[in-house]
Design a binder for this molecule. Structure first.
Ligand code: PSU
Ligand code: MN
Length: 306
């Protein structure tokens, strides 16, 4: 049987040599950022890792094949083609129909875990939507991270979501949440959400130690590293609050439902903020990619000693 996944040569070589690798998702590129900035962003995230000596593994499904590590043409395809947004449950369907899809955090974490890539950088996680007690709208990112065995670096979740509810669900799902040098869970564009988390960590080496302990204990969850933007880079809170309320009201008025909700809110907010949210969004992703590179490096160094 041919392998259902294709790991790029660069990623396979780095993994087998125990060198650092960081997974990157593709939904943020195809559905979370507008063209043409999305292509420049995808390339920049890969270059940030390469310049730190880390191999990037951008993940997407191309013509039905889940790919861990893309070439330049693959990166251009996720930025420029109208691809479906693919969560874990879509993978077998794309595979059988031989169509392409941009992978969400849930699907990217799943595929990274299968390939043995232990660290993953994204912008923000999906979570529990406001009103979820009536709609049941909770991102599969949460349940997928509970099983993936991957450490994901994210700036928390956006305040378009129910942040307290998201943290409760992560507790139920037994996913460790580590604040990077903070116990105040970030709310993506803002440094602090006001929601407290139990644990903070100070260094990439400490995170690698926790990953190692998790492996030893044999409990294969993922880990969330909540990495806030420095306050001087955050979106101005008053403007943020006003635009968010407008976006939520518009989604409601237009009757947006299901998997369309998150992309709708993201693109509405870029327009309503005159592009300001986009600039902050890119700073967030860069900040997370850099930290993920450091964690992957610490993880690789730990592998040489244990
Ligand atoms: N949140 C963000 N930026 C994003 C997403 C979420 O701040 O780009 C994307 C990610 O790919 C995430 C997905 O996995 O949206 C979650 O979608 P849903 O809420 O439909 O599960
Ligand atoms: Mn949803």
């Amino acid at each position: 049987m041919p392998s259902p996944f294709v790991i790029s040569d660069a990623v396979a070589a780095a993994l087998s040599a125990g060198k650092p690798v960081v997974a990157l998702e593709s939904t943020i590129i195809s559905h979370g950022l507008p063209r043409p900035r999305n292509l420049a962003a995808a390339q920049e995230f890969e270059e940030l890792l390469l310049s730190a000596g880390v191999t990037p593994a951008t993940i997407a499904v191309l013509d039905g094949i889940p790919r861990i590590g893309l070439d330049a043409d693959g990166v251009a395809r996720i930025a420029n083609e109208d691809m479906v947004k693919a969560s874990v449950r879509d993978l077998p369907i794309l595979s059988a129909k031989k169509i392409s899809g941009a992978t969400t955090v849930a699907a990217t974490a799943y595929l990274a875990g299968k390939a043995g890539v232990r660290v993953f950088a994204t912008g923000g996680l999906g979570g529990v939507h406001r009103g979820a007690s009536a709609t049941f709208d909770e991102s599969a990112d949460l349940s997928s991270l509970a099983l993936a065995g991957v450490t994901v670096v994210a700036a928390g979740v956006k305040s378009v979501l129910d942040i307290a509810g998201t943290l409760e669900r992560l507790e139920t799902l037994s996913v460790p949440v580590l604040g990077y040098r903070t116990t105040n869970f970030p709310s993506f564009w803002l440094t602090e959400s006001g929601e407290q988390i139990d644990w903070s960590v100070d260094s990439p080496a400490e995170i690698a130690d926790i990953m190692h302990s998790q492996d030893e204990l044999g409990h294969g969850q993922g880990i969330i590293v909540a990495n806030p933007l420095p306050p001087e880079l955050q979106w101005e809170p008053d403007e943020h609050d006003a635009v968010l309320l407008e976006a939520l009201a518009e989604a409601d008025a237009q009757g947006i439902r299901g998997k369309a909700v998150t992309p709708f809110l993201l693109s509405y907010i870029v327009g309503a903020s005159g592009g300001r949210s986009l600039e902050v969004n890119l700073d967030i992703a860069r900040n997370n990619v850099r930290l993920a590179g450091q964690i992957a490096t610490a993880w690789s160094e730990l592998g040489r000693h244990v």
